[in-house]
Design a protein around this ligand. Structure first.
Ligand code: FE2
Ligand code: FE2
Length: 225
């Protein structure tokens, strides 16, 4: 059989065969991985932000345990894994060598990671009981506002400046290898499904606090100009 005919037959067989599940799930590129982690982190921050007016109105009515779970997720998933194991080990050391502007970014971003850790420590401490004491209500509201403002700026710069710069240092093959390496770190820290579990955790917290329905956040109609 001519090679061409064999190829045509093989092509026909492939077309006729029922679709088998892919052997391996499509790769999540390292930058996509980091950015979807930002998605989970942002959802934790959104929980904090939604709680701020409630803290100022009636702190005793807030489910302190749900905030405690949010802070624990922030600690394990954002601070210990995403920041310490990925960004501080892999991303920042590489971009630091790319010039003074990126080196300065690395410095500030690390400073902000550390400030975030201090704030999380505080959140963990004041949400440890059944209720948030009135004395902690305003300081906690301010801590949430400060963390949110910092982290929204932080993650947006990482997504648009730092991660794209980092990526430029590697070929596609190298990025594939890094993706496997990141996955290995994730498995080591959380077992099989670090991201999936974190997503489930934040979904559960949103449900408990009444934030699950996305439609409630649709903006009101714009005023007439
Ligand atoms: Fe970061
Ligand atoms: Fe980040």
């Amino acid at each position: 059989m001519s090679p061409l005919r064999r190829e045509l037959l093989l092509g026909a067989t492939l077309l006729a065969a029922p679709k088998k599940p892919a052997h391996k799930a499509p790769e999540v590129s390292p930058a996509e991985d980091l950015m979807r982690e930002h998605g989970v982190i942002r959802r934790a921050l959104l929980v904090y932000v939604e709680v701020v007016p409630k803290l100022r109105q009636n702190a005793a009515a807030i489910d302190a345990a749900a905030l405690q779970r949010t802070a624990k997720l922030f600690r394990t998933f954002a601070e210990d894994y995403h920041e310490r194991m990925l960004e501080e080990q892999h991303i920042f050391p590489t971009v630091r060598k790319m010039g003074p502007e990126l080196a300065r970014y690395a410095d500030v971003l690390i400073e902000q990671h550390n400030r975030g850790r201090e704030i999380t420590e505080y959140v963990l401490a004041v949400t440890n009981g059944p209720k948030i004491s009135t004395g902690h209500a305003e300081p906690l509201a301010r801590a949430f506002e400060g963390l949110d403002r910092m982290y929204e700026n932080h993650a947006a710069r990482e997504d648009t400046i730092v991660f794209p710069a980092w990526k430029k240092n590697f070929s596609n093959k190298q990025l594939d290898e890094l993706s496997d390496q990141f996955e290995e770190i994730e498995h080591k820290m959380f077992g099989k499904d670090g991201f999936e579990d974190a997503e489930k955790t934040i979904s559960g917290i949103e449900s408990t606090l009444g934030f699950a329905d996305l439609a409630q956040f649709t903006a009101p109609p714009a005023p007439k100009p």
